[in-house]
Write a protein that binds this ligand. Sequence first.
Ligand SMILES: Nc1nc2c(ncn2[C@@H]2O[C@H](COP(=O)(O)OP(=O)(O)O)[C@@H](O)[C@H]2O)c(=O)[nH]1
Ligand SMILES: [Mg+2]
Length: 318
Amino acid sequence: MKHDEKKLISGINSGSRVSLSRLISLVESDKSAIFRISDSLKRKDNDTYVVGITGPPGAGKSTLTNRLIQNLRKNNKSVAVLAVDPSSPFTGGAVLGDRIRMQEHALDDGVFIRSIGSRGDLGGLSSATSAIIKLFDTFGIDVILIETVGVGQTELDIIKISDCVLVTLVPEAGDGVQAMKAGLMEIGDIFIVNKADRGGAEKLAREVDYMISLKHSENNWSTKVILAEAENDVGTKEIISEIEKFKNFEIQRDLLDKKRVKRKLSEVETLIFQKMKFELENIKDNKKVKNIMLDVETSKIEPEKAVNMIFKLFKESL
Ligand SMILES: Nc1nc2c(ncn2[C@@H]2O[C@H](COP(=O)(O)OP(=O)(O)O)[C@@H](O)[C@H]2O)c(=O)[nH]1
Ligand SMILES: [Mg+2]
């Protein structure tokens, strides 16, 4: 570990916000960093609960996230928001109103807001996300809210790292059908029909309810559809209590631990690819590797043979 990393680690372990912030930047910019520091992080017993918030753009995810922060803070929970969205208000790139909305939390020590790019080198969700969650857990954050953009691979990836997935829909033409097509029906633990102040919300809620009834439930959790008006803070308390209910449901049946263990196993796979990639990157300047590449350049050997030879060197260096 590098000297400044050691300082940051002891900082985050003793609750320094600045260290947390710097470490997040570090794991984002340097993919090898988490491998150096992971062992030294004093995790708080995996107490951090991760809530994923997904749904089509404009459904009110950011507005809802803001309401959830406000309400969780009233319950004295510390909250971190990860906005996986290049155009998210949290990045400062979007609607001014949204930015102002989030600013009320800027001076609150119990709130931590970060945005990250949606493009990871492996899969949709940035591979730094799991590392960042570990940092939040070390810092002692109670709840992490992950807001995604739109409907795509990122949304389906979000389930892999969330303990509870909220799917937010709005009573606009075709939203229900779109959600079904995108596979959102499968990943939602709780469904929210937002903008209930507009017409058609109850109809959509009934449709979603019907679609849920068709889906195969592995664990007998009865998925609820909640009508909400994020804009007016209507339904927020019910959403929080439903998240709480889901958490307890899974804990009582030992499902949360099982889910987290499964996640760790798949993390090993992802991390192996990641580590191999930069370990190989590291030996690029190795003299033998350079000679192999030269042989490819001069058509002495085929790329397949070069790869076999490089891997042989790689194994020898392990
Ligand atoms: N009418 C109405 N508008 C809402 C409600 N919640 C959010 N909005 C508006 O919907 C727009 C999109 O909200 P935003 O939170 O940015 O959606 P996101 O793209 O899913 O994050 C904004 O103009 C919000 O003010 C609501 O309950 N009712
Ligand atoms: Mg948003």
